[in-house]
Design a protein around this ligand. Structure first.
Ligand code: F6P
Length: 405
């Protein structure tokens, strides 16, 4: 039987576990026996709080280093036993940053093909958000959130000191992948790696288990017919947000992404009451289209005061850019970035909810439904229904669900 050991590589918070889980799920769906061996989980189970301290990872901390090598060795043995039995693909999920560690694993796995998968992500803001998310891990139980963030950042710095990049001189087969945009950055010696066609396909595919795309509930400006601004929800909007929370009472949504606007945050509030353990993350990339000099005006006021602008937008709504602001055409990149950040941060969570805006949700939807550009600014985005989206390499779904009753 064909066997393979995938060895994940990458500094902390680069999306390794997310990719490992996607590979496990994707290859299992193809009928293979796959198992992930995660060093962090083994470390947390055996050492608990002790491994939350940054000093544990200091390159000169001999005791810490030996404990970590022991965990790597234990996991490698478990993986080897799995492959000697019915297992077909074992995934070693750890930083595996030093050449010494990699040489050790290769020696112990002799006879089993090895593929290195390096996860790369250098987006500073995303790293910061990831570190904040990691600071919630139980291993930081004895620390405040701030201390945990500092400790984890220091740990990354220690790992950076010993990290040796993959190289054609040292490694036989590897693929480097950008985990924010699922892009292959470099491939080397992969042709003869078992299951590589499926692996590559999984690495470059979107992986959305359950995304619930919601538009913020009714705001004061919606009632006034004004665009942009930062108005709060109306009493009716608050009731809509409460109905949304009731709908999601028993649905797992560990991550809720909002824009930075008041109306989006207020829509999230009742959800958070139902799901106190969920994390709410506000992303600027999800802010509504910036209407520039037209901000806070009604469409009638724009028609009266700036007839040329009004006519230009009516002629070509997709390409029109508000003076001093944005257009759908310029939203494309920023919204795609926000959406990718949300996917990265929600990791392998069973579900995540995005509370966006009319134009923003249209742009996100255009990633899933084919619409020519000129039709995108007219996609229907209601406030009492949401889109449920699933996109894995085996399943695609886009359904509109009503939640008010
Ligand atoms: O009217 C609500 C709103 O979210 C405005 O803030 C925004 O300018 C507008 O929708 C975007 O929709 P359209 O592109 O159809 O004007």
């Amino acid at each position: 039987m064909t066997k393979l050991c995938i060895i994940m590589i990458g500094l902390p918070a680069r999306g390794k576990s997310l990719m490992a889980e996607r590979l496990r799920e994707g290859l299992s769906a193809d009928g293979l026996q796959v198992c992930v061996f995660n060093n962090g989980n083994l470390r947390r189970a055996s050492l608990g709080y002790m491994s939350g301290a940054a000093s544990f990872y200091h390159p000169d901390n001999e005791e810490g280093r030996m404990l970590r090598e022991k965990i790597a060795s234990d996991n490698m043995q478990l993986a080897r036993e799995f492959l000697q039995g019915n297992g077909q693909v074992a995934i070693l999920d750890a930083t595996n940053g030093s050449r010494t560690r990699r040489a050790f694993l290769e020696k112990e796995l002799a006879g089993i093909p090895v593929l290195y998968v390096e996860c790369v992500n250098d987006d500073a803001e995303l790293l910061e958000l990831s570190v904040k998310r990691k600071a919630r891990l139980p291993e930081f139980g004895g620390m405040t959130r701030g201390e945990a963030v500092r400790s984890f950042s220091q740990r990354i710095e220690y790992y950076e000191r010993i990290f040796v990049p993959l190289s054609r001189d040292n490694e036989k087969s590897y693929v480097r992948v950008g985990t924010l945009d699922n892009r292959i950055l470099e491939e080397y010696g992969c042709d003869s790696v078992p299951f590589y066609i499926q692996i590559r396909d999984i690495l470059v595919s979107d992986w959305i288990r359950n995304m619930f795309l919601v538009r913020h509930s009714q705001s004061q400006y919606n009632v006034d017919g004004r665009i942009g601004g930062d108005s709060p929800l109306t009493p009716r909007g608050v009731r809509q947000a409460e109905a949304l929370a009731r709908h999601f009472k028993d649905i797992s949504i560990p991550y809720i992404f909002t824009s930075t606007s008041l109306r989006s945050g207020m829509t999230a509030a009742p959800l958070l009451e139902e799901h106190p353990d969920s994390q709410v993350i506000a992303l600027r990339e999800l802010d509504e289209i910036n209407a520039g000099i037209c901000d806070s005006m009604t469409y009638d006021e724009i028609r009266e005061k700036m007839p040329e602008e009004y006519a230009a937008r009516a002629r070509n709504k997709y390409d029109y850019i508000y003076p001093g602001g944005e257009g759908y055409v310029t939203l494309k990149y920023r919204v795609a970035m926000g959406f990718r950040k949300a996917l990265f941060l929600s990791g392998a969570a069973p579900g995540m909810l995005v509370i966006g805006h009319q134009a923003i949700n249209r742009m996100i939807l255009s990633l899933f439904m084919y619409r020519p550009n000129d039709a995108v600014p007219y996609i229907y985005v209601p406030q009492d229904e949401f889109f449920h989206i699933v996109a894995t390499h085996r399943k695609k779904l886009l359904e509109l669900v009503r939640f008010t009753g």
